[in-house]
Design a protein around this ligand. Structure first.
Ligand code: KIV
Length: 263
């Protein structure tokens, strides 16, 4: 097993797993100083491309952004979302997961669960492809957002789903928008770590979409903690640049190139 993956599994019940999403090298190299896991999420569809749904993102979009993110990472585990439709059966899943892994040299792929595709996870794991599962609100398979696991019957169903994913060989599992009580039960009943998003701090780790927590996505549901209003900081800088250009303050003598010096 990949050493980095072993390290993630070993964190369970010891220390929290820190994860964030990245779509580019510049962000990835900052995250790498702090994160255990960096995810190239299909959330890039909405967050980066302004698409209506994650269903629109392609395998090559994902590969392209992963190549960029990989360049910014030295130590974090790099996990890549498999887009909708790219793992609809074992054969297609294996071909596409290998395509992602071979081209990007990422560490693992993430598959959303539809409560049926356990044998696909098993097949990938059998082929030495590390898999992260994803249950609860799974935008690739659910039309409408809703809180998951909010009744006893739904909690039991989710726990069973999580157990099946673990049995299939996944090394960890994202719990998205699952009630605290159900997240707790799932986390306590799995050997592999759970990574929560909107699923309480009972999970073994947390993940957020970086653009949301930095305040540049414009999407701030209750489960997102906005650590910064980066949009305002960027606005301020661009406004200053605009004034400088208009009033001929930029470029100044300091920015003129003379001789052979570029920097
Ligand atoms: O695509 C993504 O960013 C994700 C996170 C919500 C975990 O899957």
């Amino acid at each position: 097993m990949n050493k980095k993956i072993k390290k993630i599994i070993n964190k369970k019940n010891k220390s929290k797993i820190v994860s964030l999403t990245a779509y580019s090298k510049n962000i990835a190299q900052i995250l790498d100083k702090f994160c255990d896991i960096v995810l190239v999420g299909d959330s890039m569809a909405n967050v980066l491309y302004g698409m209506q749904s994650t269903h629109e993102i392609t395998l090559n979009n994902i590969v392209q952004h992963t190549l960029s993110v990989k360049k910014g990472l030295k130590k974090s585990l790099l996990v890549v979302d498999m887009p909708k439709g790219t793992y609809r059966n074992k054969k297609i899943a294996k071909k596409n997961a290998k395509y992602i892994l071979n081209l990007t040299k990422c560490d693992a792929v993430k598959l959303e669960s539809n409560n049926k595709n356990f044998s696909i996870i098993k097949e990938l794991v059998k082929s030495k492809i590390p898999v992260m599962g994803h249950i609860g609100y799974t935008p690739q398979f659910k039309k409408r957002f809703k809180i998951e696991g909010d009744t006893k019957a739904k909690a039991i169903k989710l726990l069973k789903e999580a157990k099946n994913i673990e049995k299939a060989g996944a090394f960890s599992i994202v719990l998205e928008c699952i009630t605290p009580q159900t997240s707790k039960i799932i986390t306590e009943n799995l050997k592999i770590p759970t990574i929560g998003i909107g699923s309480s701090n009972y999970c073994d780790g947390q993940i957020l979409v970086t653009d949301d927590m930095l305040g540049i996505s414009g999407f701030y549901p209750k489960f997102v903690k906005k650590y910064l209003s980066l949009d305002r900081i960027i606005e301020k800088a661009v406004k200053k640049y605009t004034t400088d250009v208009k009033f001929k303050k930029f470029p100044s003598n300091k920015n003129f190139l003379n001789g052979s010096k570029y920097r």
